[in-house]
Ligand binder design. Sequence first.
Ligand code: FNR
Length: 190
Amino acid sequence: MPKILAFAGSGRKKSYNFSIAKCAAKGANQDGIEVTVIDMSEFDMPIFNEDLEAAHGLPENAKKFKQLLMSHDGFIIANPEYNSGYSGLLKNAIDWASRKEEGEKPLQAFKGKYAAIIATSSGALGGIRGLVPLRMLLGNIGMHVLPNQLAVGGIGKLVDEEQNVVDEKTKTNLYAIGHTLAEALLQAAK
Ligand code: FNR
């Protein structure tokens, strides 16, 4: 059964990107698809450094994150836009997960897999500019990035006190992204 992993490039307690990742994951949830959401605050890892890697291999949380990527076929990635790019947390986690360990193929966690990319911020553009470099990065490590993407602006007004997305139009749009990813995986599995 195709498996989807949803996560945000933020470890912030009240991360809006985590809110939209969870919402899009609901849209992906359908018969024949398994969906898992992870909170990146539980995968704290050091900044990648080849000396660190040479001395100790992958840190435990980087290994755990990579194993999760390896065991899933598609990802919903919600990217916080930092200075028009992806967040350091997201890039760092991808850098660790891109490292080949014994018995693995190069970029095994990513190559040939599917990704749906989304973003949100309180600004009007919702982080759309960060999705451009993220699309390029994921493509360069062998992923099929869906043409559909979504940047949700003004997020502060679209969530409740628990940071759940409550605005109906936003929910519909996020569900559609999740659904499209699920359909792409079902199609690819045929
Ligand atoms: C930001 N933020 C931001 N927002 C935006 O729309 N365009 C931008 O270029 C930036 N740049 C930026 C840089 C840095 C260093 C920070 C800390 C923040 C705002 C940011 O996207 C917003 O706070 C998001 O809500 C962060 O994501 P989470 O943690 O809520 O998921």
